[in-house]
Write a protein that binds this ligand. Structure first.
Ligand SMILES: [Zn+2]
Ligand SMILES: [Zn+2]
Length: 213
């Protein structure tokens, strides 16, 4: 993925930021054994410019994310992966998840109030959990490249996002060190914080990037 457009932009030196939109750590995800600083060091070595922390149903406080960012030397932005009856939903743009929400429609209302964005995560991973067409309206976009899913699942995920307003995003879904930085999203904008990320997402000027091991 990437292709001539990426190469051309890199050559003329436009700001390009490679951000992993989907990461977990052992701090807030019980299914992860990944220490945050280890994950961030690996992300840097894989050529990433930033990561979004998307723990299961917990949002990292902004000041702790900033502290990590300073210690590690890479952009770190808090997001969240919310568990709903329609599957996992990646949410960007909220400060906390209180009260805890598991109903996708309620999550949409909450996100609208916060001006947050919702992307359906790994929509083709679980064959028993297919989101009905009408419910796809709840999402701004889908995760079209998940580092833990196979090519066919990712292809199917992208096809489900075809009618959504925003292009698909990519992330590693890393829970362990070897999974860090396998997939990401390349943005045209310079992204240093959550506000930058939100503006870049809304612009739609980004694309999926698979990263070679
Ligand atoms: Zn998930
Ligand atoms: Zn995840």
């Amino acid at each position: 993925m990437g292709g001539w457009l990426t190469d051309w932009r890199a050559r003329v030196n436009l700001a390009l930021m490679l951000i992993d939109m989907h990461t977990h750590t052992s701090v807030h995800s019980t299914d992860s054994n990944l220490l945050p600083l280890d994950s961030l060091a690996r992300a840097i070595s894989r050529g990433l410019d930033g990561v979004v922390l998307t723990e299961h149903d917990v949002v990292w406080p902004r000041h702790l994310a900033e502290q990590l960012s300073e210690e590690a030397g890479i952009v770190v932005i808090p997001g969240v992966e919310v568990t709903t009856e329609l599957g996992h939903v990646l949410v960007y743009g909220i400060q906390s998840l209180v009260p805890r929400i598991t109903d996708a429609k309620r999550l949409r209302t909450f996100c609208d109030d916060q001006e947050a964005l919702m992307f359906l995560a790994h929509p083709a991973r679980d064959p028993g959990l297919r989101v009905p067409k009408e419910s796809m309206q709840l999402f701004d976009g889908v995760e079209g490249l998940n580092g833990c899913d196979g090519p066919l699942q990712n292809m199917s995920a992208r096809s489900r996002g075809r009618t959504r307003p925003l292009p698909p995003i990519g992330g590693s879904d890393s829970h362990a060190l070897h999974e860090v930085g396998t997939a990401a999203t390349e943005f045209d904008a310079d992204i240093r914080n959550l506000a930058d990320l939100m503006a870049a997402l809304r612009s739609g000027d980004y694309r999926l990037m698979e990263i070679d091991p």
